[in-house]
Design a protein around this ligand. Structure first.
Ligand code: AMP
Length: 358
């Protein structure tokens, strides 16, 4: 059997392998256990939050091919909670078990330039961009794109890390120095009205379903709140959902994806895609019948997608660092990640407040 043959539905009792043991892996594992499925977590950190709620935790590095091989043999299907998995690790795993979402989705999302070229190829709008591999490239890109602009590393960026805003062309040298020689991309600054995201899911039969778009507010580059429903003009909700569906279909995608969008006066611009469950989809845990974590597990296990319809309005608030100290005093739904140390900038949990649906 090759690993890419479509899987039939995995029966209850089957085992899901999750690469990465952070909060996303933890919430996937909880959702899987509700469906009678077990999870094995692969994460080099012995204190990985997901390990507290999983059947097994393999503590090994992503360069340990023997450990990866043993991990793959112990599971029925493999998924992941982060994008930056080394290619050699994926090769070793994929030789033994299916990986969902697929390698193409991962390769597309791992590199901001590949991602933008893919989106443009689908006829979708992205911010003006140019690859930057030297100071001369950056100066040329600034001359054509203008300021303000944002210089980002093409790979390994998240939560606003690996990016610097450039307000004037004379800041080019300092900005390029901050990239430390990493392959980068310059993006024109999008004067957006608001940021939204669509959490979309696609099953092995090609069925696609999208949660209602959420409106996202960031603080210091990290998601602060998601509010649902997002404030959208007529037609924008449908535009957002349709473009997300196009992305998933084009990638022959299986699982949940987060699609981040800028809403502008002239339409929707795709910021980035995340081939996994997404922080801006946490609100689904308390405002939908089937949340994004169960939906992802259903898709990768070959089950029918669940009913993701929303029964309430929702406000999700991330608890970053010391924010977590509100735990004794909040009446909102509380989701804590089991992390011992509340470092600044660290996602410790989130709250969800629901109100009657509008
Ligand atoms: P990213 O890591 O690309 O998702 O960027 C993090 C945040 O920075 C986004 O959610 C936006 O708030 C902001 N941002 C990123 N790229 C742009 C852009 N081209 N124009 C305006 N704001 C941006």
């Amino acid at each position: 059997m090759t690993s890419q043959q479509p899987i039939g539905p995995l029966p209850p009792g089957a085992t899901i392998g999750i690469l990465g043991g952070g909060q996303l892996g933890r919430m996937l594992s909880v959702a899987a256990s509700r469906l009678g499925l077990a999870c094995h977590i692969y994460d080099p950190d012995p204190n990985a939050p997901a390990a507290q709620v999983a059947a097994k935790h393999v503590v090994a590095g992503y360069d340990d091919i023997a450990a990866l091989t043993a991990f793959a043999r112990g599971v029925d299907v493999i998924t992941y909670e982060f994008e930056n998995i080394p290619t050699a690790a994926l090769d070793a795993l994929e030789a033994l078990r299916p990986i969902h979402p697929n390698r193409r989705a991962l390769a597309t999302a791992q590199d901001r330039i590949v991602e933008k070229q893919f989106l443009v190829g689908l006829g979708l709008n992205v911010a003006p961009f140019a690859p930057v591999n030297s100071l001369a490239d950056l100066q040329a890109a600034l001359a054509s794109i203008g300021t303000p602009a944002i210089l980002k590393t093409t790979r390994l960026g998240y939560d606003g890390k690996g990016q610097v805003r450039i307000n004037a062309t004379d800041e080019a040298e300092a900005a390029w120095a901050q990239m430390a020689g990493a392959a980068s991309v310059l993006e024109g600054f999008v004067a957006f009205e608001r940021e939204i995201s669509v959490i979309a899911a696609r099953g092995p039969d090609g069925a696609v379903t999208c949660y209602d778009p959420g409106e996202n507010v960031h603080k210091s580059g990290i998601l602060h709140t998601t509010t649902v429903p997002a404030t959208l003009k007529a037609g924008q909700h449908m535009d957002a959902v349709l473009l997300a569906g196009r992305i998933l279909n084009a990638l022959d995608y299986i699982g949940v994806m987060g699609v981040e969008l800028f809403v502008t006066g002239s339409g929707l611009i795709v910021n980035e895609i995340a081939p996994r469950v997404h922080n801006s989809g946490h609100w689904t845990q308390n405002a939908c019948l089937v949340d994004q974590f169960e939906q992802h597990i259903r898709a990768i296990a070959g089950w029918k997608l669940g009913d993701g319809s929303r029964h309430a309005n929702a406000l999700m608030t991330n608890l970053i660092g010391d924010d977590v100290n509100i735990w004794p005093s909040t009446a909102d739904a509380l989701h804590l990640y089991g992390k011992a140390e509340a470092r600044p900038g660290r996602k410790m949990g989130h709250t969800i407040r629901i109100s009657p649906k509008s």
